[in-house]
Design a protein around this ligand. Structure first.
Ligand SMILES: Cc1cc2nc3c(=O)[nH]c(=O)nc-3n(C[C@H](O)[C@H](O)[C@H](O)COP(=O)(O)O)c2cc1C
Ligand code: SF4
Ligand code: SF4
Length: 337
């Protein structure tokens, strides 16, 4: 069986999960190709029996994968599976994504999500979900891949009972929709407004922000140069802050400069309540005690040097005989995601 995994990952959590799912699929005998979303085409999907689609959760949805899915030609009943990593608000993602996959002629045979650490300038460090995905999560990811490889041919042969049920539309889904719509309505970016200072920029020697802007909103080859930030927010960028985080030369700044100080007192009670409930049901395994959450050390205070974040390198296919989960090297910088 030929499987194509298409994923987007900004800070590396989903990439690590993707590589473990790949390992599980290969362990079950599948031949697997893994591509980043920016390199994926609809034409290549035709060559595969099963498609895996993975991304982080951003404001309940995929950050950019939904553009790929929205424009996807009808897949005529091809099987797919979904995977996702997230912070404290995971419940709305599948109710949004699964119907969208079906609308494009895909049959989602399974889907699974994992907690992941959150790396944003004004967010507490350590964050509530720090330490995820850990060894246990990654073992689960491998098992999920194995399960998809084993189930897919059985489903093709007619055993539709193996297809995961549709995601539940429960009270948590509606609560998260409310939290997210409040965030979307917020007129200012809680992470600050990003402003580029061309005089500090090392383009064309450096093109990191351009290669890694989630939405492709940066094009420094144009005259005048295009930088996605329009006013105090980019139009569909979810204020991701990645360009600011990865610029090695401080050419992208946040304004006002004391934005993060105002964030220290940010109200995280919605997130804490949701996690407490998910801990009780066993969905969330807390690795950092509540008392150690870094409310006084937002990420950029905790890591004050530029670049604030180095892009994790793709570890590539994992060794089938190794039990090592292949943690990401925090000091490596990949060229693009
Ligand atoms: C702009 C942005 C928005 C996010 N929105 C959510 C969200 O709505 N719900 C959630 O649980 N996590 C949210 N997160 C956290 C990420 O989903 C989480 O850190 C994920 O593991 C990142 O995956 P990656 O390392 O593959 O990029 C958000 C992160 C960013 C950067
Ligand atoms: S904040 Fe920066 S990296 Fe993120 S989408 Fe906007 S321009 Fe791109
Ligand atoms: S990352 Fe910074 S230095 Fe590099 S091209 Fe972007 S703005 Fe310029």
């Amino acid at each position: 069986m030929n499987v194509l995994i298409i994923y987007y990952s900004q800070s590396g959590n989903t990439m690590l999960v993707a590589r473990h799912i790949e390992k599980g699929l290969r362990r079950a005998g599948a031949s697997v190709t893994v591509v980043k979303l920016k390199d994926a085409t609809y034409e290549m999907m035709a060559d595969y029996d099963l498609i895996g689609l993975g991304s982080p959760t951003w404001k309940a949805d995929t950050p950019n994968m939904h553009h790929f899915i929205d424009k996807m030609p009808d897949q005529g009943g091809k099987q797919c599976f979904g995977f996702n990593t997230h912070g404290t608000l995971p419940h709305l993602y599948w109710p949004i994504v699964i119907p969208n996959l079906k609308n494009h002629g895909l049959i989602p045979i399974g889907y699974k999500d994992w907690y992941g650490d959150v790396t944003m300038p004004g967010m507490p460090k350590p964050y509530y979900t720090a330490g995820h995905p850990d060894e246990t999560d990654l073992r689960e990811a491998e098992e999920f891949g194995y399960e998809m490889a084993v189930n897919s041919p059985k489903i093709t042969a007619g055993d539709t009972s193996l297809i995961y049920p549709d995601p539940e539309m429960n009270e948590k889904v509606f609560r998260q929709a409310m939290i997210c719509s409040n965030m979307l309505l917020c007129p200012t970016n809680p992470q600050g407004a990003f402003v580029r200072h061309p005089e500090r920029c090392h383009y064309p020697k450096c093109h990191l922000c351009m290669d890694n802007c989630t939405m492709g909103y940066i094009d420094l080859s144009k005259d005048p140069q295009v930088y996605g930030n329009r006013g105090d927010r980019c139009d569909d960028c979810h204020e991701c802050s990645f360009c600011f985080m990865i610029c090695p030369f401080g050419a992208i700044e946040v304004e006002p400069a004391n934005q993060f100080e105002s964030d220290i007192g940010a109200d995280h009670s919605n997130f804490e309540r949701m996690l407490e409930e998910d801990e009780k049901t066993g969905k969330f395994r807390r690795l950092i005690p509540l008392s150690e959450i870094g409310h006084d050390t937002p990420y950029v205070y905790w890591h004050p040097e530029r670049p604030y974040f180095k892009i994790p390198k793709d570890p590539g296919p994992l060794d089938l005989n190794s039990t090592d989960s292949g943690p990401l090297d925090p000091d490596s910088t990949d060229s693009g995601n």
